[in-house]
Design a protein around this ligand. Structure first.
Ligand code: HEM
Ligand code: HEM
Length: 190
């Protein structure tokens, strides 16, 4: 396949990061009970869920193409077990950590009505660890990239978007969010 697979892998990695950023932004806005005229909380929740599932598809494409690309020496085990890869062990390892956390978040979310709310929320908060780990993986892998200038600009925009959403969530004075600040994750409601 030559460089086509490599470009495909990098492009799907970048799309995954952008989608993933949107998912975290929408999650934090939802938790902060953000809404405005023309943008309901239901819109936030629906987009959050659907983009989360879409990002999983792009991540699957990113990972499958990276493993199939013969230039990059990756084994399937490197995808899930961190820091065992012969190729950029540390940076690829961060990608594996992000995937492990993401799987836990998505699986518990799909089973959300069947597990205790506390357990679901405790796992879901790992998103705030998963996202920066995935971002740093992308930055590390793009280090030797000739186009790293605009890639780092994109990374910076993602950081700003998440920072604004998290500040909005922390500053929210909505009673639901206030209640969770005092008791979460122990007595958090959904
Ligand atoms: C099937 C997939 C998912 C479902 C159904 C889901 C559902 C939810 C729900 C219901 C909330 C609570 C919003 C509220 O309090 O009103 C939430 C919050 C959140 N979600 Fe997800 N989510 C999913 C996947 C993800 C993924 C993949 C990520 C990112 C890794 C993520 C990141 C977040 C964040 C950061 C919050 C805010 C947590 C907080 O500050 O309390 N979610 N999600
Ligand atoms: C949440 C999980 C992940 C995200 C958001 C993500 C995102 C990214 C991004 C943004 C890049 C940089 C693209 C560029 O340089 O243009 C990248 C590169 C790369 N990622 Fe990931 N990645 C994730 C997980 C993984 C995993 C688990 C693996 C291991 C199989 C992996 C393997 C690679 C490789 C090999 C590259 C270099 C591009 C290439 O040569 O094919 N990624 N990733």
């Amino acid at each position: 396949m030559g460089p086509a697979l490599w470009y495909f892998s990098r492009a799907t990695g970048l799309v995954s990061l952008v989608l993933f950023t949107a998912v975290v932004v929408l999650g934090a806005l939802g938790a902060g009970r953000f809404e405005s005229r023309g943008w309901s909380r239901l819109t936030t929740a629906t987009l959050h869920r659907n983009l989360a599932l879409t990002s999983v598809l792009f991540l699957a494409a990113h990972i499958i193409s990276a493993v199939l690309d013969s230039y990059v020496q990756l084994r399937w085990v490197d995808v899930l077990i961190p820091f065992v890869s012969a190729y950029h062990a540390f940076w690829v390892g961060l990608g594996a950590v992000a995937i492990d956390l993401l799987l836990a978040i998505v699986v518990t979310s799909l089973l959300r009505t069947r597990i205790p709310a506390r357990a679901w929320r405790a796992v879901h908060w790992l998103a705030y660890l998963c996202w920066p780990v995935a971002l740093v993986h992308g930055i590390g892998m793009a280090e030797s990239d000739a186009n790293r200038g605009w890639i780092f600009t994109l990374d910076l925009l993602c950081v700003i978007a998440v920072a604004v959403a998290v500040v909005t969530r922390v500053m929210s004075t909505h009673p639901d969010t206030e209640a969770r600040k005092l008791s979460a994750p122990k007595e958090a409601t959904r």
